[in-house]
Ligand binder design. Structure first.
Ligand SMILES: [Zn+2]
Length: 435
């Protein structure tokens, strides 16, 4: 069985941590209560009736026609007719629902509608400079298979990225028992600045070339329709489709690992900005003429908080020896020393935490989200979101007459990024298969 992408890391003292066994897990969401945003987006009315009803069925998991009509506002006759059409084309099917209390347990169980899982299949891919991962999802959002492969820590050519993506997709399809099958859609996420509409990678910290039409190159290489996006957007989509964000209209997801990223959901919809650059919180400035960021500018939040910033600090501040050239090893050493009470190591984390508090306070002040989720697969350096960081965030935020914005920690498994890419691929496949 593949890695489930479930939360796997204890974290976050004094703040809500994703319950490892709770029903908020992607698998429970997908199998028991559907997946996808629970509320229609402002542009939903522009979609066809077929697509709106299909998405409502998928979000519910399984739903009687009468409830579908009530929930979507379509007349019972329209629901009946459209459902018949979707059943005829093999996209949804009928299913027995559990009896409701008080029906006496007699007669036929109530009948509902659900997505026909084999109606389609998508692949979500995350490329990084640590490990690459992919998931295969059916059209109901259920996990069919996955793959995680090591990624080179060095800069790569576009050709190398294409090959990595190809191998990853093939390996994940093999794990799903679908070797050689053509996915209905593939979505790929990577860090950096991605123009979603044009499908171009404008800048990526580990790509040798800039301004690459990666979407079209991948489409040609993989032989299936492709979408590409910034990886922090995928994290927000993972929350919007499979996590707590399903029921929230406005929230921000901030990821802290080798970079610092942010995805913002406004009115149940991912906000990608107007110029294709998205929410680059990692490159907002927190210090004039400050530390050098890997983007080439100075004073970026990322240059104080991201993995590589901590490693840089550790390298200059601690006596780690020449053998610790691997960033992961150095970071683990730094973390262990901080845990053991090394004052210098603790200072490095607490300084990073204070800068993070500045970044989070700015998110609250600018966007007033209902919730900030700190999310990602490496949220284990809990100094970064200790109570002092959260209280500093509150102290830096002027909110007269309002309670502090809640901050929650979601330390998912490392497939969460790929699952977010899977959500994007599902969005895309739904348009083409159902729309
Ligand atoms: Zn920067």
């Amino acid at each position: 069985m593949p890695d489930t992408g479930l939360p796997d890391t204890p974290a976050a003292p004094d703040s809500t941590t994703t319950d490892l066994a709770s029903d908020t897990s992607p698998e429970h969401r997908a199998q028991g209560t559907g997946c996808g945003p629970l509320f229609p987006t402002p542009d939903s009315s522009a979609k066809s009736t077929r697509q709106q009803l299909f998405e409502a069925v998928r979000a519910a998991g399984a739903i009687p026609r009468v409830d579908l009509s009530r929930q979507t506002g379509f007349s019972p006759a329209t629901v009946t007719q459209t459902a018949a059409d979707l059943i005829a084309t093999g996209l949804i099917e009928e299913t027995d629902l559990p009896r409701r209390e008080g029906d006496g347990g007699r007669g036929r169980p109530p009948v509902g509608l659900k997505i026909r899982p084999c109606a389609g299949m998508v692949v979500g891919v995350k490329i990084s400079d640590r490990s690459n991962s992919a998931v295969v999802l059916d059209l109901a959002g259920q996990l069919l298979g996955s793959a995680t492969l090591p990624a080179p820590p060095t800069a790569r050519s576009t050709e190398e990225i294409l090959t990595e993506a190809e191998v990853l997709v093939q390996t994940a399809l093999q794990d799903a028992g679908r070797s050689g099958a053509r996915p209905d859609a593939i979505a790929l996420g990577l860090p950096g600045m991605v123009d979603f509409d044009l499908g171009r990678v404008l800048w990526c910290p580990f790509m040798e070339e800039a301004d690459i039409p990666l979407r079209d190159l991948l489409t040609a290489r993989l032989g299936a329709p492709v979408r590409i996006d910034n990886d922090a957007n995928l994290l927000a989509l993972a929350e919007l489709w499979f996590g707590e964000g399903r029921g929230l209209d406005n929230f921000a997801v901030v990821s802290i690992e080798h970079g610092v990223g942010m995805g913002l959901v406004i009115n149940h919809r991912l906000h990608r900005g107007g110029m294709g650059h998205g929410m680059e919180i990692g490159h907002t400035k927190v210090q004039l003429d400050g530390a050098l960021c890997r983007c080439g500018q100075r004073g970026c939040l990322e240059a104080y908080v991201a993995d590589y910033a901590l490693v840089r600090e550790a390298h200059t501040a601690l006596n780690l020896g020449h053998q610790s050239t691997c960033a992961d090893v150095m970071l683990e050493t730094l973390y262990r020393q901080a845990k053991e009470g090394n004052a210098l190591a603790r200072t490095i984390f607490s300084r990073a935490g204070r800068y993070l508090a500045v970044g989070l306070a700015n998110v609250v002040t600018l966007f007033d989200p209902a919730l900030i989720l700190l999310s990602g697969d490496r949220l284990r350096y809990d100094f970064l979101y200790a109570e002092e960081v959260l209280s500093e965030t509150r102290a830096l935020t002027h909110r007269p007459g309002r309670p502090p914005t809640p901050v929650e920690i979601h330390a998912w498994g490392d497939l969460v990024w790929a699952r977010g890419a899977g959500a994007l691929a599902l969005e895309f496949a739904t348009e083409t298969l159902v729309g």
